[in-house]
Design a protein around this ligand. Structure first.
Ligand code: SF4
Ligand code: SF4
Length: 135
């Protein structure tokens, strides 16, 4: 039996907490670079120069260190500057297989995300979650 068989609640409040904290990686593709660059009105090469870092052979958004916290380069006053065009990794949170691996992993993630498990948040059925996982 899947532990989230009865579904789960979630709604992003836009608090920005998942965009800062310990160092991490927001992985991005070439297509996403093109789309994000277009959305903010600059050339892809300029976007790469300003906002992208190479980690091994992968591309990720840059982070800015601020008093021991590592902010995504697009975080401004706790809001994402490119929210409508944010990368897939951000759009699919919290529906990542590692978060849904067990109830414990879900609860651990939920402890730092106020939009998870709130009774006021929209309910996602098992079918809806499975679809999001495979997207
Ligand atoms: S921590 Fe949760 S509620 Fe806050 S911005 Fe991230 S996904 Fe949204
Ligand atoms: S792109 Fe936006 S949503 Fe994604 S980590 Fe950066 S600030 Fe947060």
């Amino acid at each position: 039996m899947i532990w989230y068989e009865k579904g789960l609640n979630f709604k992003c409040t836009g608090c920005g907490k998942c965009c800062t904290g310990a160092p991490g990686h927001v992985w991005i593709s070439e297509d996403e670079i093109r789309d994000m660059a277009q959305a903010i009105g600059i050339a892809p090469e300029d976007f790469v120069r300003r906002y992208v870092r190479l980690v091994g052979d992968r591309l990720a958004l840059r982070e800015i260190e601020r008093e021991g916290e590592y902010d995504c380069i697009f975080l401004r006053e706790n809001k994402c500057r490119i929210y409508e065009n944010r990368p897939k990794q951000c759009r699919t949170f919290p529906w990542w297989s590692r978060n849904l691996e067990s109830e414990q992993s879900w609860k651990e993630m939920a402890s730092s995300c106020e939009g998870v498990d709130s009774p006021d948040s929209p309910h996602f059925s098992l079918e809806a979650i499975e679809k999001l996982l495979s997207s």
